[in-house]
Design a protein around this ligand. Structure first.
Ligand code: ZN
Ligand code: ZN
Length: 338
């Protein structure tokens, strides 16, 4: 008689440091330094410094090295997508998550039971990273940053066209776009290039290292120039990318008549755009919107859904109504990011 597979909650659990795989004795995206970590992607709230041993894609490790230098971790072990490593009887595999370069879902198999930890993800194509690959599983542990039906992101090209149209309407104004340093900056560059924009794009100093890293890892982003030190007049009608925090600070005051844009899923909320002084909101998100989240639940065909962070209640409600066992984990330490 076949032995029944162990139920996922007997070997995966939530702890104060984050998700813990008991037989493998490792944590996923731990919120504080621990001996063994598996990291989904390079954003600072998922990839923290100071862990003893880190398992992640080579790109995520390169991003952690760029950010943390020698504090990136005691030992850094790269794992290719679809390569399998056995840790304490648990088979560990990484599958593309489509979120940022190197982002991975963690696929864990233990005695016939499969758990997939999505990390942050999106389903729409992104020219800067490998697309999300749905994995069938028994338990799917998902994020829910935009887990409300009101969040439906428009097509990226529509947002980029809107932006390039503004550049033709206001050819003298410097177009300043707020982008996060990891992922959004490079994706906006790639989307601009795909839409035929070939001029150099000017970058705030805080965006240069990771943009160079993407280039070095084989993601072509076209000509970029550090904005610092460039004559004010030379930025007339140019595109400048900067971290969102720099949009309102003294740094941006030297730009000629800047038209402020911000690329974020949160720009779907008009009040947010207004409150942050954004003239041109661009709804470009590196997280799944409501339709992508709910479609993914169907695609992975899990019986059970755990929701780690974001707007958990609506997705729990949706999943429960459709017959899944669903629960909100309310993991702490994750930011809304973007
Ligand atoms: Zn992220
Ligand atoms: Zn996150």
């Amino acid at each position: 008689m076949p032995i029944a597979a162990p139920r996922p909650e007997t070997w995966m659990r939530k702890t104060s440091a984050g998700l813990y795989c008991e037989p493998g004795d490792f944590y996923i995206d731990p919120s504080r330094p621990i001996p063994r970590a598996v990291i989904t992607h390079g954003h600072g709230d998922h990839a923290r410094p100071g862990n003893g041993h880190v398992l992640a894609t080579a790109q995520t490790i390169a991003i952690m090295r760029a950010r943390y230098n020698e504090n990136a971790g005691g030992a850094l072990q790269p794992l290719r997508y679809d390569e399998t490593l056995t840790v304490g009887g648990v088979q560990v595999r990484l599958a593309p998550a489509g979120h940022v370069l190197g982002s991975a879902q963690i696929v864990l198999d233990y005695r016939g039971s499969r758990v997939v930890v999505s990390g942050d993800y999106k389903r729409r194509p992104d020219p800067t990273c490998a697309p999300f690959e749905p994995q069938n599983c028994d338990l799917f542990i998902t994020e829910a940053t935009f887990g409300l039906p009101v969040f439906r992101h428009p097509p990226d090209d529509q947002e980029i066209d809107k932006f390039l149209h503004s550049l033709t309407l206001f050819p003298e104004r410097c177009h300043l776009v707020g982008v996060s340093a990891l992922g959004k900056c490079q994706r906006v560059l790639a989307l601009l290039r795909r839409s035929g924009y070939e001029e150099p794009v000017y970058l705030h100093g805080g965006l240069i290292a990771l943009t160079e890293l993407y280039e070095n890892l084989g993601v072509a982003l076209g000509p970029v120039i550090p904005a610092t030190g460039v004559m004010r007049e030379a930025l007339n009608g140019r595109i400048v990318l900067a971290p969102p925090g720099a949009l309102a600070d003294v740094w941006s005051r030297r730009l000629p008549d800047p038209l402020v844009a911000l690329a974020s899923g949160w720009m779907r909320v008009r009040q947010r755009a207004k409150a942050s002084g954004v003239e041109l909101p661009l709804v470009i998100s590196d997280h799944a919107d409501w339709d992508e989240l709910t479609a993914t639940l169907g695609d992975v065909a899990a019986d059970e859904i755990w929701i780690t962070h974001g707007r958990e209640e609506a997705l729990v409600h949706y999943a429960t109504k459709r017959g899944y066992r669903a629960r909100a984990l309310a993991l702490t330490g994750f930011e809304e990011d973007e």
